[in-house]
Design a protein around this ligand. Structure first.
Ligand code: BGP
Length: 477
């Protein structure tokens, strides 16, 4: 008999680690035969306009030089005891022009080396096929996912990737935060048409193409090896009603539907009724073929993964619907929660809530593949530190501990959670601001917003804390 007050146990084999994206760490934007990706023309992140070509102030062009320092960085992850590392393959390293007839061998060889290094340290890879880094040529020639042709181009890429790595990588994600395309069509969907000129039909047609491509990738993965597990990846964020007014609840439910639709299709294989109603009432007429329907129905995902940073509120009262500062998803600020410097409201309990909701709704294993606190860090000299310098980031430890405790609570609620990869275990270039100063890492990287810095790595206080959490499988939380 187990005691009711027994401390939460993370299950044996729970995967602990961290997550990055190629465009935010690799650099080497023009090396190894890589073509340009949309990130190479986004020097100001999602807030600013794109440029015609790469410009020197774009920090992503050089990133944190993971392209050359991957072995050193993976060794540091291993030192923390990572059992999983989530990273993305830059599509434009494999198909530099987007629609090339043949893949770029140098690009493929780079990820062979990364996988070799992970294998040496016994770290399980978790690969994102597309993390906000559509080849620029696909954005410019095809308007990104608006064009049905992009499904075939993605298929070409995915077939090459599974043929090459499918035998050694068990966990895969298709599109990073697929639902974010609603808010950031260029970054998320490679859609070149400016957001305010994009018709709702084109936007949802692009979404439909991504959903079909995701099902196709799942099919190819399972054909490659039935042991492979494929997950969808959504930006997870509880949307609370601002008050008990039923109209606020209705507004939050409706806003939530816009996000839930993506995993509903991924897990159930068809569009839910509320989505069909939304299409009807907004004059959205989608081209959906019989083959599309069959693919969606037959190739649902094995698990659902999501990022979790914050929650927001919604209200049915337009006068109270203010924009959330620095929050790409909009919404109304919650008066009960503190916020990070960038306006992201900190809500550990919301993570337990969303884990329960997702588990109840889909009954699929869940994987938290991003979570963390973006903060400004100060590197200080320390005689005790192995590197001579460190960051005393108790604020980050507090944030992560509070969130992980809620993961433990959700596990105690009966939710099946496969693992947890914190976002940016090593400082990297921020997606929203395109700067270095919004840091998430356990490892500090000496690089500044103006591009200066030695790129040297330093263990922060949180590095040792996370190592301890992993070593005890969460018992020290
Ligand atoms: C998610 C993205 C990541 C990452 C993270 C933190 O939306 O999947 O790529 O960057 O958010 O965001 P930011 O870097 O803007 O703080």
């Amino acid at each position: 008999m187990t005691s009711i007050s027994a401390p939460t146990q993370f299950p044996p084999g729970f995967l602990w680690g961290g997550a990055t994206a190629a465009n935010q760490v690799e650099g080497g934007y023009d090396q190894g035969g890589k073509g340009l990706s949309i990130q190479d023309v986004m020097p100001q992140g999602i807030v600013g306009p794109r440029t015609d070509g790469p410009t020197p102030e774009n920090l992503k062009l050089t990133g944190i030089d993971f392209y050359h320092r991957y072995a050193e960085d993976i060794a540091l992850f291993a030192e923390m005891g990572f059992s999983v590392y989530r990273f993305s393959i830059a599509w434009s390293r494999i198909f530099p022009g987007g629609d090339d007839a043949e893949p770029n061998e140098e690009g493929l060889a780079f990820y062979d080396r990364v996988l070799d290094e992970l294998e040496r340290h016994g770290i399980e890879p978790l690969i994102t096929l597309s993390h906000y880094e559509t080849p620029l040529a696909i954005a410019e020639k095809y308007d990104g996912w608006v064009s049905r042709d992009v499904i075939a181009l993605f298929e070409r890429y995915v077939r090459v990737v599974f043929a090459r790595y499918g035998h050694r990588v068990k966990y895969w994600l298709t599109f990073n935060e697929i639902n974010s395309v609603i808010h950031a069509p260029f970054m998320s969907g490679g859609i070149n048409t400016p957001k305010d000129e994009l018709t709702p039909t084109d936007l949802y047609q692009a979404i439909h193409h991504e959903l079909v491509a995701s099902a196709l990738a799942t099919k190819i993965a399972h054909e490659t090896d039935p042991q492979i597990k494929v997950g969808c990846m959504v930006l997870g964020m509880p949307i609370y009603p601002l008050s008990p007014d039923p109209n606020d609840l209705l507004a939050s439910m409706t806003a939530d539907h816009a996000n839930l639709m993506f995993s509903d299709v991924h897990t159930r294989g068809e569009y839910p009724g509320y989505a069909l109603r939304y299409f009807r009432e907004n004059g959205i007429e989608l081209q959906i073929t019989e083959q599309d329907r069959e693919l969606l129905a037959a190739h649902t995902v094995d698990f659902v993964s999501f990022s979790y940073y914050m929650s927001i509120c919604e209200t049915g009262d337009p006068a109270r619907r203010l924009a959330g500062a620095g929050n790409i998803m909009g919404g109304v600020p919650n008066p009960h929660l503190p916020a990070s410097e960038w306006g992201w409201q900190i809500d550990p309990v919301g993570l337990r809530v969303i884990l329960n909701q997702f588990w109840d709704r889909w009954g699929k294993p869940l994987f938290i593949v991003e979570n963390g606190l973006g903060a400004r860090d100060e590197l200080v000299e320390s005689a005790d530190a192995v590197d001579g310098f460190t960051v005393l980031d108790d604020y980050r430890i507090d944030y992560l501990r509070a969130h992980l405790q809620q993961v433990g609570e959700a596990i105690a609620d009966g939710v099946q959670v496969l693992g947890y990869t914190s976002w940016g275990p090593i400082d990297l270039v921020s997606a929203s601001t395109a700067q270095m100063s919004k840091r998430y890492g356990f490892i500090y990287v000496d690089r500044n917003d103006d591009g200066t810095g030695t790129l040297a790595r330093y263990r922060k206080k949180s590095f040792h804390w996370y190592a301890q959490v992993i070593a005890t499988n969460g018992a020290t939380l």
